[in-house]
Write a protein that binds this ligand. Sequence first.
Ligand code: KG4
Ligand code: ZN
Length: 334
Amino acid sequence: MKDTYILAIESSCDETSCAIIKNGDTDISTVILTQIDIHTDFGGVVPEIASRHHLKNITMVIEETLRKANFTMDDIDAIAVTYGPGLIGSLLVGVEAAKTLAFAYNKPLIPVNHMAGHIYANNLTKKMEYPLLALVISGGHTDLIYMPEEYKFERLGGTLDDAVGESYDKVARVIGVGYPGGPILDKMAKVGVHEYNLPIPLNDNSYNFSFSGLKSAVINLAHNYEQRGIELNKENLAKSFQDVVVETICKKTLKALEDKNIKRLVLAGGVAANSGIREGLRKICEENGIEYSFPEFKYCTDNAAMIGAAAYFAYKHGHVATSNLNAKSSEELV
Ligand code: KG4
Ligand code: ZN
C-alpha cells in the first residue's frame, strides 16, 4: 500500500509546531518552537503574546520541517491542523496556515482535536490496540476517555474544576518555585518526603476529578506557615502534593478500567511526563494485568507529531474539512 505523509500543524497554546508523519506512526520530521521563556515572566501563558509569536514563527517552522525531511509540498498527501480546544487566537494562526497550504497546494485538510492528538502520541511509540482507556492529563484537561475502537471516543469523566497540570502550575507559583510548575514540582517531589497532610479530592465513586480544593489546601498551608513564621519544606510539600494527586488519579483510573473491563491503558498529555503518576499507574496496571503504555517524553507536551499521528486515523475515518474550518476554543472529544 502507498505510504501516506501528513504535514501537521499545532498552535493551540504556546508551542508553534509542525511535523511530517508517515502512516500515523513514523515521525519523519518535527519542529517545536516553544514560547516558555517568553511567558515565564508572567507566571503563565499570555494569550495575546502567544498568538503574536505564533504568527511571527509559523512560516519558518513549516519551512524548517520540510527542510529537515528534505521534502517539498509535492511529497505531502494531506494537511492536518489542531482546530480546538485551546486559546482561540493561537489556534487561529495554525488553522489559517493549514487552510492556506491546503488551498494553495490542493491537498485535503484534516481537522484534529487536540486531545485526540495527545492520545495518538502513543501510536508513535507503539501501535495502539482497542478497546482501551485513555487518561488525558494536561494543563487544560484531566479526562478519562474510553475508546471502544479506532478513532471513537467516549468521555467517562473528568475534572470538575482545575486540570491537574493547572493545579501543579498554580501551586508552584504560590510557593515561588517557577513556571511551568509541573516539571519543577515533580523534580522536587523526588527528593522530598511525605510530611504534610492534604485532603484527598473528590474521594467518591465517580470518574470525576477535582483539584481546586487540593490546590487551595496547599495555598492555605503555605500562608498559614508564613503567618506563623515557620519555614515550609518545599520539597516535602511537593512530595505530599504529588502523592495525593497520584493516589486520586490511580484510584479513579482503576475504577474505570475495572467497571468497563478494559485491559489497556494509555497515558497522554503534558502531565503524562510526571514520574510519580507514571510509576503509580505502572504499579496498578502490573497488579491488575493491564497493558500500559505512555508516549515518549518528547511527545507528551504539545507537539505537531501527535496531531499528524491522529490525523492519519481521522482521515481514514472520513474526517475532512473544507475551507470553512474554524478554530474552537472549547471542543469536546467525541
Ligand atoms: O499538554 P500540555 O503541553 O499543554 C496542554 O495542552 O495543556 O501540558 C502542559 C502541562 C503544564 O501544566 C505543565 O506544568 C504540565 O503539563 N507538566 C507536568 C510535567 N511536565 C509538564 N506536570 C507534572 N509533572 C511533570 N513532569
Ligand atoms: Zn496539550
